[in-house]
Design a protein around this ligand. Structure first.
Ligand code: FAD
Length: 417
């Protein structure tokens, strides 16, 4: 695979970009693989990449029922942060932030990671207490997070209205300077390209319809829309469809699937320098490099697989944005879309072996898994390769829902991002 470089870009600019090759092949399916990953979202592709790169396991296929990155990976609002409350979360999400910092170089693909800062606003005494608790917990874990006065918050984000007469006055904010955004589809493409270059087969339009098990209950392969494919190990990374896929192996998951929507405005000149979220008024906002304001908030109240969502939900989201940023009240919205997110009871993921030998699952990222993509793929690859968890996903088992050892991040995920 030809490497991207300033020189290569300049050369192609001189010859109408005719020299670029395909970034990954459409390979012939083999009859069996060492590892099959179900789902070519960011997490599945990252898992395949790290299996090949860190564990030398290259006889791997990633099977995708639709197109690469067409699930939540290509539908999210790209916010990255690691300011969660619990020690387990600090370990996992900060591992991801560290990998994000070198990801473009590692993949030789510009994922446009931008550490523009994520600011979480406090509007009442309860918010102030919750966010200060997060700041202290984060700092104990070596995660950057700091408390800002309203004036400091406005200095960091000039469009912020901190007047005392505001309906929801700003009483301060928690700022994670290392948080930010990345380009979501570039993340999927970058991992796909780098994994394919190491021999991984990426197979689109190949739906998994069944999981075959042997005489002792162990996984032996998957039934797909293109026939049976054998595998010694299978990793399920199917986000909102995880419960369906796991049922194929008779495993019941503690998951509910909800529609989650987002929307963007018409593009405007750069006017919004960071990411701002308000759990209380209930919305978050940033500006993409194209100039669109990228806006989101919460899931629908009901479970569904519709990939759309209710109109009243985005109306409520825009009410909240106009409440916090009256400056944007006359902006036109360009488009909205939805994805299906898989939510666990404690709002933390499951990255683990399952009771079925050879079957592994990485799911439950709910409304906030994009930020974890590199870390998630990295520890899941370790788990599959060694049949044992990495130190950063030891606590993320399915058994925690029966033992009660929860990682309750509901507060950190309060406005879905
Ligand atoms: C509107 C919205 C906004 C969001 N905003 C943020 C945010 O700002 N920050 C953040 O951190 N997170 C955010 N998220 C969450 C984030 O997008 C997800 O947690 C993350 O992308 C999950 O990645 P994944 O690779 O696990 O799933 P996906 O990208 O959904 O990949 C799963 C893949 O599995 C495939 N699949 C399913 N069933 C089968 C089958 N039977 N056979 C073959 N393939 C199958 C699907 O087609 C899909 O491509 C948001 C989500 C949405 C919907």
């Amino acid at each position: 695979m030809r490497r991207f470089s300033g020189f290569a870009v300049a050369r192609e600019a001189m010859r109408a970009h005719k020299g670029w090759e395909k970034q990954w092949d459409n390979p012939e399916l083999k009859s069996s693989y060492d590892v099959i990953i179900i789902g070519a979202g960011g997490h599945g592709l990252a898992t395949a990449y790290y299996l090949a790169k860190e564990h030398g396991i290259t006889n791997v296929a990633v099977l995708e029922k639709g197109w690469l990155g067409g699930g939540n990976t290509g539908r999210n609002t790209t916010i990255i942060r690691s300011n969660y409350l619990f020690d387990e979360s600090a370990g996992l999400y900060n591992h991801a932030v560290k990998l994000w910092e070198g990801l473009s170089q590692d993949l030789n693909y510009n994922v446009m990671f931008s550490q523009r800062g994520v600011m979480m606003m406090a509007h009442n005494v309860h918010d102030v207490q919750v966010f200060k608790r997060h700041v202290h917990a984060n700092r104990l874990n070596g995660v950057d997070n700091e408390w800002l006065t309203p004036e400091q918050a406005k200095e960091y984000c000039p469009p912020l209205d901190i007047s005392k007469s505001a309906r929801y006055p700003v009483r301060g904010a928690a700022l994670q300077r290392k948080g930010g955004t990345a380009r979501h589809d570039a993340v999927a493409w970058g991992y796909a390209r780098a994994a394919a270059a190491r021999g991984v087969h990426i197979v689109q339009n190949c739906e998994v319809k069944g999981i075959r098990r042997g005489a002792s209950g162990e996984v032996t392969g998957v039934e797909t829309s293109r026939g049976f494919i054998g595998a010694k190990k299978v990793g399920v990374v199917a986000a909102g469809n995880t419960s369906h896929v796991m049922q194929m192996a008779d495993v019941q998951m503690p998951l509910e699937s909800y529609p989650l929507q987002a929307l963007v405005s018409e593009p405007v000149k750069p006017c919004f320098p960071c990411v701002v979220m308000s759990n209380t008024v209930h919305a978050y906002i940033s500006q993409s490099d194209k100039g669109e304001l990228v806006i989101g908030a919460g899931t629908d109240q009901y479970t569904s697989y519709s990939q759309t969502g209710g109109l009243h939900v985005i109306q409520h989201t825009l009410d909240a944005i106009c409440e916090i940023f009256p400056i944007f009240s006359r902006m036109k919205m360009l488009r909205s879309w939805g994805g299906i997110v898989d939510v666990t009871p404690d709002r933390s993921p499951i990255i683990a072996q399952t009771p079925v030998e050879g079957l592994y699952v990485n799911c439950g990222w709910g409304t906030g898994g994009f930020k974890a993509t590199p870390g998630s793929g990295h520890v899941f690859a370790h788990t599959i390769a060694n049949a044992a968890p990495h130190k950063f996903n030891e606590g993320y088992t399915m058994e925690r829902f029966t033992s009660g050892r929860l990682i309750d991040e509901a507060a950190a995920a309060a406005v879905s991002h």
